[in-house]
Ligand binder design. Structure first.
Ligand SMILES: Cc1cc2nc3c(=O)[nH]c(=O)nc-3n(C[C@H](O)[C@H](O)[C@H](O)COP(=O)(O)OP(=O)(O)OC[C@H]3O[C@@H](n4cnc5c(N)ncnc54)[C@H](O)[C@@H]3O)c2cc1C
Length: 294
């Protein structure tokens, strides 16, 4: 199918893009990599009257060091760049580990970090990983800018806190504390498909080897990324033994997640995957935090 007719605008600066969004409001949609928006338009699931193409807005393409030793990433950074960038590999290795699971190389060549977050697909990897890393998102409109913790950005199925005149412009990731390990794992029916379930874990140990901080975030088991709060509470302050991790993952699968069944997998199978993948992700993250795995 072909999309419904639309007006195409190609601003060359952020100010220009924000002015277009302010003028057209609900009628307009930003176009990033187009890997989700264009198929939706072709199927007429989306029919924006105005497309504001961000691909010429050079201010939104960057990966740089933050003043705190973390990372600042422009929303239009291509997913393929996240996969290959040396600074990402050094300071946010969880993102590098996750990228091969996101779609296929051709899609990652066009798809953007900001587009994946703004699209808020409940099965997408980057929203869960950004929450697990404690990311903050800078949102801008002609009215001003605001920072939103990644954990508060996603409010439901394909829905975020973004207003129609707002753009997600930057993702800020804090530095990883010493003795921190990370892991991402997922199960999908075929490589490159959206995952049935995915799990991202970040664990920081104190000097005694107990969990100073734990984050476990799932994809595919709710209306957005699911933070496994009950499981995290079980581990915080405790030694992450095999038994403790098993219990926490089990708690996550029983209490934190709320999967639904569809043609790809039943709700029960997704719950089972949440248990198994949560355990694997936490085990690997703890091993890395202890320096026992690369
Ligand atoms: C075959 C296929 C398989 C895929 N598999 C996966 C997968 O396994 N995992 C996964 O995570 N994704 C997958 N994707 C989706 C892919 O990662 C998309 O690139 C991503 O979801 C959207 O990014 P985009 O840059 O293409 O955004 P677009 O498609 O351009 O935009 C998506 C939405 O976000 C809005 N938007 C974009 N940028 C901004 C911004 N800066 N501020 C405000 N709003 C904005 C747009 O208006 C639109 O509503 C797949 C896509 C395809 C076609």
């Amino acid at each position: 199918m072909k999309p419904a007719p639309f007006k195409y605008l190609a601003p060359r600066s952020l100010d220009e893009a924000l002015a277009h969004l302010a003028e057209h409001g609900y009628d307009a949609k930003p176009l990033a990599g187009g890997q989700s928006l264009v198929p939706a338009m072709n199927f007429r699931l989306a029919a924006p009257a105005v497309l504001v193409d961000l691909n010429r807005v050079k201010e939104l393409f960057y990966i740089r060091s933050g003043d705190d030793g973390g990372l600042r990433i422009g929303a239009m950074t291509r997913q393929a760049r996240l996969e290959r960038d040396a600074l990402i590999a050094e300071r946010a290795p969880l993102i590098k580990e996750t990228m091969p699971y996101v779609a296929h190389p051709q899609i990652r060549n066009r798809g953007t970090y900001g587009g994946s977050l703004a699209h808020a697909d409940p099965a997408a990897e980057l929203p869960a990983v950004t929450i697990a890393l404690g990311g903050r998102l800078r949102v801008q409109s002609q009215r001003g800018e605001r920072w939103v913790p990644a954990e508060e950005f996603f409010v439901g199925l394909f829905t975020t806190v973004l207003e129609p005149d707002e753009l997600l412009v930057e993702i800020a990731l804090p530095p990883l504390p010493p003795r921190t390990g990370w892991a991402f794992t997922e199960v999908s029916r075929r490589h490159g498909d959206f995952a049935l379930v995915g799990a991202a874990a970040v664990v920081t140990l104190d000097e005694a080897g107990k969990c100073a901080d734990v984050r476990l975030v799932y994809t595919g088991v709710g209306e957005g990324p699911v933070v496994a709060r009950e499981a995290m509470a079980l581990l915080r302050g405790e030694e992450p033994t095999e038994e403790a991790i098993r219990e926490a993952a089990h708690k996550a699968a029983q209490v934190d997640v709320s999967p639904i069944g569809d043609i790809h997998a039943s709700a029960d199978f997704r719950r089972h995957l949440a248990d198994v993948l949560g355990r694997r992700a936490l085990t690997q993250a703890v091993a890395r935090a202890r320096g026992q795995a690369s």
